[in-house]
Design a protein around this ligand. Structure first.
Ligand code: ME8
Length: 674
């Protein structure tokens, strides 16, 4: 592993405001940089704006301002957005910066002096949208394949870069370095592009008579540099090439782009570097498009999503998590609020949030919210504990390896294996039972082990969800250092993955946690959800049994199997039902349903549960607060009229109306009914 890590995003055109696609690339770059920082590497992260070329001139004209005023404005919007999305770049490069211009001219001078730039006449189909010439062969029905517009045929004298000279070397380099361009599908695409023989020398100038808004060629003042040749050089101008400290420390780095700009990054850029005698980048990481309603975002279709609005509505870290989890890196993915909400509820509220909430509430009850002072050595670990530790170690190892290979979705899934295993471990170890039995030795081991594993989860989530990770670590009594950087503390990945006694014994834990409250589904989904909850239709019933934890699964099956008139139940069937005594601590009418009451019921767990019951015709909410009731505690959660009900209150129907079942005398909340 190299001691330094340099990551870049494309520098974005300033002819449009930043949207969801730009936010994705930049958030991924930020996560990658944080991940490598966590591995103990020295990191550098550059993003910026691409401000020259025809497109910008046209956009400025349309806005009625000078190109400079125009680019200053939009570049400022990009720069202002990134911190709001939790992005911490080290340098923001602009192609109109004097330092960048000087680098472009120095680079052009070097390649020209080496004889790889020549003057010639050229006729081609020019697409303003792409800022490039197309050959006849590349057009589709005479139209630009990207923009579906008719390019203008232009014949003019220009400067050319001898790109074709370096193509055999490039093909060889790609073959010898399988992850130079990744994922593989793009590597194959580039090899096919080179092998097709369709690539020629690259026209790298525009006569000033046609375009003035660019960087002047150092060897001919009548020409400006082609926008792509200029833009690609940002990756080294940002490091102060040729003799800046940053260049020495961080080049070669790696790039992150979407598939739309594969060719300039996979063909133009490495051949440019080779011609100038510079090392090529380590990896080109290529992702697909975020689609909205199955199409690429575009202003004219009116489906452009504002990333800040999404982050403000659903929470920044949840949004970042969704981005990395829902896109298989390399393939296209569909963005929708429904998908975002489903992901937040399943992974963050149910799995992760619930884990923190349960364990911290138990720690509050049983160990006075202190990290138990107990060593996790072989002697006091049970078989279950050892299995959990092994699973945790392999989950973290897989996470690190997958993340490093830009397979973010699979990496997070690997980490979630640990989150899910922890939730299961709580169910199986039943700390409440250990407490009741006075088995504090075992209880402290169980709690400490879970807290240590939760710390692992928090640390490794930091690249993706920095704010949440900081909150989780704080809740675990291990606040991040004020600088909020892991980089300063060397954390070689294996040592980090294998260490288990990082928490400070006696450190104060948060008494409770509410990291990710469940979100409501949008209106149209709500209907479907209610149908499912009410068990209408086969699909609904089947879905009810698809809960993630074993507890939900069992309950789901019990639910689906419940016939109109109960037949004989085996003892094993009966044992599946978890009946408990609960105390109603709060009650209110459901705002949208006359017959429903919503209760908060204390079942001796970390927090009261919400349970809905259709008994509003028989009771007022006020008269029930403080009453004890019998509850089916392991019923799969159901959504009823927009609210989740986590259990069922048992009643007896009789001629006189309805009675609540209750124990004969006052008993502790959560007492088992058998
Ligand atoms: O191409 N899904 O700038 P650009 C995912 N200036 N990512 C998307 C996306 C989508 N729907 N839409 C845009 C340029 N992106 C040049 C780059 S680099 C030397 C010069 C992201 O503003 C993605 O990263 O058109 C894509 O490659 C980039 O924005 C294109 O940005």
């Amino acid at each position: 592993m190299s001691s330094s890590y340099y990551i870049t995003t494309p520098i974005y055109y300033v002819n449009a405001r930043p949207h969801l696609g730009h936010a994705y690339t930049t958030i991924v770059a930020d996560s990658l940089r944080r991940f490598h920082e966590l591995l103990g590497q020295r990191t550098w992260f550059v993003t910026g704006t691409d401000e020259h070329g025809d497109k910008i001139v046209q956009a400025a004209e349309a806005a009625g301002v000078t190109p400079q005023a125009f680019v200053d404005g939009v570049s400022g919007q990009f720069r202002a957005l990134w911190p709001k999305l939790g992005i911490r770049h080290d340098h923001f490069v602009r192609t109109t910066d004097a330092a960048h211009k000087a680098v472009v001219q120095a680079f052009l001078g070097r390649v020209h002096a080496a004889g790889d730039i020549y003057f010639g006449e050229f006729g081609g189909h020019y697409c303003t949208g792409c800022e490039r010439f197309y050959t006849e062969k590349e057009l589709e029905d005479g139209l630009c394949p990207q923009h579906k517009t008719k390019p203008e045929f232009i014949r003019e004298r220009n400067y050319f870069f001898r790109m074709s000279k370096y193509l055999p070397w490039l093909a060889d380099h790609i073959r010898k370095h399988p992850d130079f361009i990744r994922p593989e599908r793009y590597r194959n695409e580039v090899l096919a592009m080179i092998e097709s023989g369709g690539l020629e020398d690259l026209c790298i100038s525009r006569p000033k008579s046609r375009l003035e808004w660019g960087i002047e060629l150092p060897f001919d003042r009548d020409y400006v540099c082609y926008v792509w040749f200029d833009a690609l050089l940002n990756y080294i101008s940002a490091l102060g090439w040729p003799d800046g400290e940053g260049y020495d420390a961080f080049w070669p780095g790696e790039h992150l782009v979407a598939k739309d700009i594969l060719k300039p990054h996979a063909v133009f850029w490495p051949t440019m570097l080779k011609a100038a005698g510079l090392p090529v980048y380590r990896h080109l990481n290529v992702h697909g498009y975020w689609l909205v309603r199955e199409t690429k975002m575009s202003k004219s279709l009116g489906n452009v999503v504002d990333p800040l609005a999404v982050a403000e509505r659903y929470g920044l870290d949840a949004f970042r998590y969704f981005f990395l989890r829902d896109m298989q890196f390399g393939a296209d993915a569909s963005f929708s609020e429904e998908a975002l909400i489903a992901r937040i509820n399943a992974d963050l509220a149910n799995d992760l949030g619930n884990l923190f909430s349960r364990v911290l509430s138990m720690a509050a009850k049983y160990v006075d919210s202190r990290v138990p002072d107990v060593a996790l050595d072989g002697a006091n670990l049970s078989e279950d504990d050892k299995v959990l530790l092994e699973l945790a170690e392999s989950a973290v190892r897989n996470y690190v390896q997958l993340f490093d290979n830009v397979r973010f979705s699979q990496a997070l899934d690997a980490l979630w294996e640990l989150v899910r295993a922890l939730n299961k471990y709580v169910d199986v170890q039943a700390p409440w039972a250990l407490f009741k039995a006075g088995n504090m030795d075992r209880l402290t081991v169980v709690l400490r082990l879970m807290l240590e594993c939760m710390r692992k989860v928090a640390v490794w989530l930091w690249p993706v969800m920095p704010g949440t990770a900081a909150a989780m670590l704080e809740q675990l009594g291990q606040p991040l250092p004020a600088s909020e950087r892991f980089g300063s503390a060397p954390a070689p990945e294996r040592a980090e993955a294998l260490r288990w006694d990082e928490l400070t014994p006696g450190a104060a834990l948060a008494p409770s946690s509410n990291l990710f409250p469940r979100l409501e589904a949008p209106a149209e989904q709500k209907e479907q959800g209610e149908d499912r909850a009410a068990g209408k239709g086969k699909a609904g019933r089947e879905k009810a049994g698809q809960g993630k934890s074993g507890r939900e699964n069992n309950a789901g099956k019990a639910c689906a199997a419940s016939p109109e008139t109960p037949g004989e139940a085996s003892f094993a069937d009966f044992q599946k039902i978890d009946l408990r005594v609960g105390t109603i601590v709060a009650a209110e009418k459901h705002p949208d349903a006359d017959k429903l009451l919503c209760f908060q019921v204390d079942l001796g767990e970390e927090a009261p549960r919400q349970i809905l019951s259709g008994i509003a015709e028989h009771f007022t909410p006020e008269e029930l607060v403080g009453r004890q009731v019998c509850v089916v505690a392991n019923l799969a959660p159901r959504k009823i009229r927009g609210r989740v009900s986590q259990g069922m209150i048992l009643t007896a129907e009789h001629e006189g109306g309805l009675s609540l079942l209750a124990p004969g005398g006052l008993v502790p909340g959560g007492s088992r009914i058998s």
